[in-house]
Structure formats: C-alpha cells, structure tokens
Design a protein around this ligand. Structure first.
Ligand code: ZN
Length: 233
C-alpha cells in the first residue's frame, strides 16, 4: 500500500525563505519540492542556470551591439530571459551624475524604425560636449511635445547655451538668448549619433534588425548611455 504521509527532506531548504521543504511530485526524472512555509515549488538543482548569468554579462554584450538572440546564444539562455533582464536593468537605471548648472548643450535627433518601415521613430537626445554625458533621451514622433521634454530639462538646469540644428520647432521652444544654430555647432552630438548607428545593430541604416518594440529600444539606449558611463571633467 502506498504511504501518503508527507516526507520532509532534511537536506532541502527553500531557495526563497530558507525553511524546510517536502517532496512533492516529479518532473521527468527530477524530484520536485514544495516549501512548507511559503508553498513555492522548486528543485534541488536547476539544469537551466540563467540565475548564474550576471547583469554585467548582459550589459556588456548589449553595449557591444549584440542583439537579443545573439546574447541568448552566447550566454546559453533563452531570448525571453534576455528581454526580461534587459528591461529589469533599464527600469532601475538612472543617470550616474547630476546635471551640472551653467553648461552648454547640444540637441539632435536621429531616425530609426520600429517593427517595419512604415513606423518611423525619432530618437532625440541632448549632450553636454564638455563632459560627453547624455543628459536626456526621448523616443517618439519628432513633434513639439516630445522635443519640449528635452529642452525644458536643459532650460531648468540653467543652461548657458543650447545649440541645435535649424529645425523650426526649436525656434519656438528654446529661449532666444540661449539658442544657437551656428555652423558645425552640433558636431559632438552628430558624431555620437554616428557612434550609436555603428555600435548598435538596431540603429544601423539599411538593416533588417530594427527593434520590435519602442520599450526595448529605450531600454537598450539607456543601458548604452548610462550604465557605467564615465564623465570627462
Ligand atoms: Zn519558502
């Protein structure tokens, strides 16, 4: 006759709350356990060890321009895990240093696509050419409300000068005494946008590797710009 009493495994402790677990079912040939306190199912050892992959490894590959699937292949984890981890890293990510007062800034945009070539998206960013730090990124359409988000941050940080291209929207947004559209005034940010296009495959021209979602593009850009960024003073 089969015994129905619960057998507590003396060696198995819960991964979450460190209390004793009981044997509870099988998965193929592996014994499953359930915690007596928090009731979470778990196993003694996991074959699929995505837990061992550190955030640093994922960040390094993302910054080197590896896509989601190539990162998954290199680290031997699934693309879904890579997506989840990238989004998790990006949500907790903020600019490393505070915005300095009384600086000069450059603002520019670059275009890319999300999903297909009918869905064009503008990536607007602002740069402090002295510290080479990206102040803000805004994704979306190239319209007044989106560019205002970039400009208002700079105006509030008491900017000495804001250099842009000759787009008409900037004339309405930037105060006249701060605004400059001089020739070769946005060289630094233009160069940075070119670096972006070279380093990240999803921003390349004439490619089939465009991002599938704007959230993912935003997360990857935040990691690229702000994770471990060193400011030059
Ligand atoms: Zn537990």
């Amino acid at each position: 006759m089969r015994c129905w009493c619960i057998k507590t495994s003396p060696n198995m402790l819960c991964h979450f709350c460190n209390n004793a677990c009981v044997r509870k079912g099988w998965s193929k040939n592996t014994q499953k356990y359930r915690c007596k306190t928090c009731f979470k199912y778990q196993r003694e050892q996991y074959v699929y060890s995505s837990r061992l992959i550190t955030d640093q490894q994922i960040i390094q590959l993302t910054k080197e321009g590896c896509g989601i699937r190539s990162t998954g292949r290199i680290l031997n984890i699934s693309p879904t895990t890579v997506i989840k981890r990238i989004l998790k890293i990006a949500t907790h990510l903020t600019r490393s240093s505070p915005i300095l007062f009384g600086q000069t800034y450059q603002v520019d945009e670059l275009f890319t696509y999300i999903g297909n070539k009918n869905n064009r998206v503008c990536v607007a960013d602002s740069l402090n050419p002295k510290t080479r730090e990206v102040i803000d990124i805004v994704l979306g359409r190239r319209n007044k409300s989106n560019l205002k988000k970039i400009i208002s941050t700079l105006v509030l940080s008491d900017a000495k000068q804001i250099t842009t291209d000759k787009l008409n929207i900037y004339k309405e947004l930037v105060p006249k005494e701060l605004h400059s559209t001089k020739h070769r005034g946005i060289n630094h940010i233009e160069r940075q946008n070119l670096n972006l296009r070279t380093h990240l495959k999803r921003l390349n021209r004439r490619t089939i590797c465009f991002s599938k979602s704007i959230r993912m593009l935003d997360a990857v850009l935040r990691i690229y710009f702000w994770f471990g960024a060193k400011t030059i003073l």
